[in-house]
Design a protein around this ligand. Structure first.
Ligand code: GLN
Length: 548
């Protein structure tokens, strides 16, 4: 969009900055997202974003062991999984602009320096790097004139050297836009020393002192705590940290589900405190829809066990959006989805019957590389032959295709060229124009694109008989067009193709209770009370399978 097309903003943007102290993994992303939920329910138009102080330009090339899931946005940006929370907890539309790493900031500063943009000046952390960060916030403000509030989560922990430059930029920024437009929220941990039976506030005091050293005085302190926060500790934190006692908010360990978080933060009126700090008058939030969703997650009628077969199964966060999508679809089917995490190499070793013989549904999520592929192929075969609901996503869809080619079309040696370059039947391969490109990012099909659904298929019905859908992608390999006719003749239905290029987007087996596999990533589009149709259909089929 060109500058002239953006209408001027009517009211000043309000800014909330969420920092973290004491330890990492406090659930800052969840707290920021939950605040977004509450503020939206107060009628505000909210946008969330994340600043990450690492030097990678984006997490696209980072290992799941380092980073958990890569969350893909509509515009193809590969981002932190916290952005997944933001999109699930709110209605905001995120873009590349909403994810900023130190790597990006420095990349921009260095290329400006190379271009001579700094006119020969010495290029310094202050003001050049801080200006770059502030310019970024101003750009987001400018690009989103309809947004009332921008919530920015700053990754890392206060006191880390690498995050300090972001905090310095925020300190300056608050002066630039006026303190009445900025709310600093600092999140800390209140550890419980079991032997003494006491909650300790010292780490919070020291972390706030660290923040004040930089020149930032938090308006609100959110304390992550196992239990409730008693009045004595609330007052103690208030006194040492220079805030009112009412501005010390407890963020308790969640009981049933992360979707409880907004309701928990509402107990200490976090949303009202933010609005007061920012001089905004808004009505109290109506949270019935959210409450009823949480109720459905916490106390469902049915229960199913669904195997998720992958190679990063031991990692809590590697398939985050897949797990959340199953929970969300579970709620809409009045069902608790128990996820059974299966390492695909385990299936290779012990066989499918032994490892996944008892589940009510089998899901193979996205992935890269050869390790564990044969185990996934066994899982797909087991689901197909035993009429167990099956859902394949991205690599999971490619695996389903390979399995079908090998065992139904009798194409011995069928594989993906990702796993075996010179295989006898490359049913999954690169498109010709991608061959020979070595830059890891360059060949990926990334972000939202349109597909055409075929009437009469299960997917078409699940999508409410829409023939055009838009879904997000992140992959390099495709179903080889040379084999589609053969696959279809043997009974693999192509239920959707890309609007551009006619590439295979969904395959199904018609003569099966539920065998659907998609080249795109539906898990990035589930929201509470709005399950993704394919997840919804899969969970519903798993419930039917259980009660068959
Ligand atoms: N590795 C496969 C590809 O690049 C699948 C990617 C994925 O599952 N995200 O095409």
């Amino acid at each position: 969009m060109s500058d002239t097309e953006i209408p001027p903003r009517k009211k000043p943007m309000k800014y909330i900055f969420v920092t973290g102290g004491v330890v990492s993994s406090l659930g800052k992303g969840l707290a920021a997202a939950s605040l977004g939920t509450l503020l939206e329910h107060r009628g505000l138009n909210v946008l969330l974003q994340k600043f990450d102080p690492y030097l990678n330009v984006d997490p696209g090339t980072m290992s799941p062991y380092q980073h958990g899931e890569v969350y893909v946005l509509n515009d193809g940006a590969e981002t932190d999984l916290d952005l997944g929370h933001y999109e699930r907890f709110t209605n905001c539309n995120l873009s590349q602009l909403n994810s900023l790493s130190s790597g990006q900031v420095f990349e921009r500063v260095i290329s400006k320096e190379r271009r001579g943009d700094y006119l020969g000046k010495t290029v310094q952390y202050i003001p050049h790097v801080t200006d770059e960060i502030k310019d970024h916030i101003n750009e987001v403000t400018h690009q989103n004139p309809e947004v009332d509030m921008l919530i920015t989560e700053i990754g890392g922990t206060v006191g880390d050297m690498e995050g300090t430059i972001f905090l310095e930029a925020l300190r300056q920024f608050a002066l630039d836009v006026g303190k009445e437009n900025v709310c600093f929220i600092h999140m800390t941990l209140l550890p419980m020393i079991k032997a003494a039976g006491e909650i300790k506030t010292k780490p919070t005091q020291q972390s706030v002192a660290k923040l004040r050293e930089i020149g930032i005085i938090p308006d609100i302190i959110v304390c992550r705590t196992e239990h409730d926060l008693d009045e004595a500790n609330r007052h103690k934190i208030a006194m040492f940290c220079n805030v009112r006692a009412s501005n010390v908010v407890a963020f308790r360990d969640v009981k049933h589900t992360i979707y409880d978080c907004p309701l928990d933060l509402r107990r200490d009126k976090l949303d009202r405190l933010v609005c007061e700090t920012l001089h905004l008058e808004t009505p109290s939030p109506e949270l019935e829809d959210w409450q009823s969703f949480v109720q459905k997650v916490a106390h469902p009628q049915h229960e199913v066990f669904i195997a998720v077969v992958g190679k990063y199964i031991e990692l809590q966060d590697a398939y985050k959006s897949v797990y959340e999508s199953l929970t969300i679809a579970g709620a809409s089917n009045d069902t608790r989805v128990n996820i059974v995490r299966i390492d695909s190499e385990e299936i290779q070793l012990k066989g499918a019957e032994e490892t996944i013989g008892l589940v009510h549904g089998i899901l193979i999520p996205g992935g890269f590389g050869e390790r564990g592929a044969e185990g996934k192929i066994l899982a797909a075969q087991y689901a197909r032959e035993n009429n167990i609901p099956f859902f394949g996503i991205c690599l999971g869809m490619q695996i389903a295709t390979i399995e079908f080619a090998r065992n139904v079309c009798n194409l011995e040696g069928a594989h993906s060229t990702e796993m075996e370059r010179e295989c006898a039947h490359p049913v999954i391969c690169l498109q010709e124009e991608q061959e020979g490109i070595s830059d890891m990012g360059a060949t990926m099909r990334l972000g939202a694109s349109e597909s055409i659904l075929c009437a009469g298929t299960k997917s078409y019905d699940l999508y409410g008989q829409n023939d055009r859908i838009t879904e997000r992608h992140r992959h390099r390999y495709e179903v080889n067009p040379d084999y589609t006719e053969q696959l279809q003749e043997a009974g693999l239905t192509i239920a959707a193709v890309s609007a551009e290029g006619g590439l295979v987007e969904i395959v199904e087996i018609t003569d099966h209770p539920f065998y659907v596999a998609a080249q795109f990533h539906p898990e990035f589009k589930s929201k509470p009370n709005r399950p993704h149709p394919l997840f919804d259909g899969f969970v519903s089929a798993s419930v039917s399978y259980r009660h068959r």
